[in-house]
Design a protein around this ligand. Structure first.
Ligand code: TYD
Length: 215
């Protein structure tokens, strides 16, 4: 299975990814946990550019950098793992590009999505968990973490509001792939809901999808 976590910054994706990894491992699955940007050696270099470069990156260049990270990551990490029968749990995937580069910035959502579809040969997750949270609440959590902000975290609140709206629109457009959860709930309860959905995927497996498959 290819399972992805999406949502704004500070919504608890890594916590839930870790809990799901634990749960699947306890059931005898082998799991690769990874993330974008930065899930490969080349990706770590690209991550440093997109998150830490001081100053502007032209929107098309930024979209291409995320897509380049994704292309290399899917080809060298994710597809080989799936081919070995290993489950992949991933923090962020193409929906993040549509939400951040497409909605928040000046590019259209279709062109951003098509770029990722081209970059990955059309690989879609079996399940995408969207952790939905008011960006103001997420911001309080990030402040409490006391880590320095990266380029996107330091964007204005209107940007994060539109990222949230875009994620919700993506989920509404593909209800079969998405599980949308209210990320203000306690982590253990969220984990239970996610496990329930993964359990039903295990009981009724469908081949890992690609763009063009019916939802
Ligand atoms: P993330 O790794 O979740 O940040 P952190 O480890 O600091 O919690 O994501 C880094 C940022 O990259 C996040 O603000 C969203 C952004 N991003 C995009 O803009 N487009 C993309 O395609 C991806 C994958 C991430």
């Amino acid at each position: 299975m290819f399972l992805t976590f999406e949502g704004g910054d500070g919504v608890g994706k890594s916590t839930q990814a870790a809990l799901l990894e634990e749960w699947l491992t306890a059931r005898g699955h082998t799991v690769v946990r990874t993330r974008e940007p930065g899930g490969s050696e080349v990706g770590v270099l690209i991550r440093d550019i997109v998150l830490h470069h001081r100053g502007e990156i032209a929107p098309r260049a930024e979209a291409l950098l995320y897509a380049a990270d994704r292309a290399h990551h899917i080809e060298t990490v994710v597809r080989p793992a799936l081919d070995r029968g290993v489950d992949v749990i991933q923090d962020r995937y193409l929906d993040s590009s549509v939400a951040y580069q497409g909605a928040g910035r000046v590019l259209g959502r279709d062109e951003v999505r098509n770029l990722s579809v081209w970059a990955t040969g059309g690989l879609l997750p079996d399940l995408t968990v969207l952790l939905d949270l008011d960006p103001a609440v997420a911001r309080e959590r990030l402040d409490a973490d006391d880590k320095p902000f990266d380029r996107l975290e330091s964007e204005q609140s209107a940007f994060h509001d539109s990222v949230r709206e875009e994620f919700l629109a993506l989920a509404a457009a593909e209800p079969g792939r998405f599980l949308v959860l209210d990320a203000s709930r306690i982590p253990a309860d969220l984990a239970t809901d996610i496990q329930g959905r993964v359990q039903s995927l295990l009981a009724d497996p469908a081949p890992t999808g690609s763009v063009g498959d019916a939802d």
